[in-house]
Design a protein around this ligand. Sequence first.
Ligand code: UDP
Ligand code: MG
Length: 167
Amino acid sequence: MERTLIIFKPDAVQRGIVGEVMTRFEKAGFKIVGLKMLQPSEEHYHKHYEGIGTLKTRKGNEIFESTLLSMQEGPVIAMVLEGVEAVSTIRKMVGSTEPKSALPGTIRGDFAHVNYNQATTTGRAVANIVHASADLNEAKQEIDHWFKKEEIFDYRVVHEHFTQPKS
Ligand code: UDP
Ligand code: MG
């Protein structure tokens, strides 16, 4: 079973929409196996976005630096979800990076509307509610970066009745 990392960014926490967004993942049958609030250091975000991620390489230093600053504007809630093809399905639920381009029905499309241009003129990262791991390799590294082994839990949810072999 796949695991993926979700981060409720400072804009989601400060808007009070974490519960509503988390409900979408629960309703889809994903299992919460790790969950905590924290306010990580710049170094922690540096590794998250360039090292594990490739934001600076892909988008340049200006966007990289404004993203690090925006993430440090407040506490975030980090969550590990488990499920069948969790990584790609959750990316689909989250939608495109730019809320303006994110389709209605996706989290970024339903809870935000801003565009890159507006974000750039305010020196901020585009406020897009959640981070979700882009692929399986990124997910594995990000979970190790954000969670200790003992912060990840193993238990059964009722959805598994429908995904396990028939007894
Ligand atoms: N970002 C931004 N402007 C950009 C590209 C990225 O503000 O032109 C920010 C945005 O918050 C995004 C994060 O940097 O979520 C990481 O970018 P990435 O390309 O990895 O997008 P994601 O995987 O979050 O969809
Ligand atoms: Mg990414």
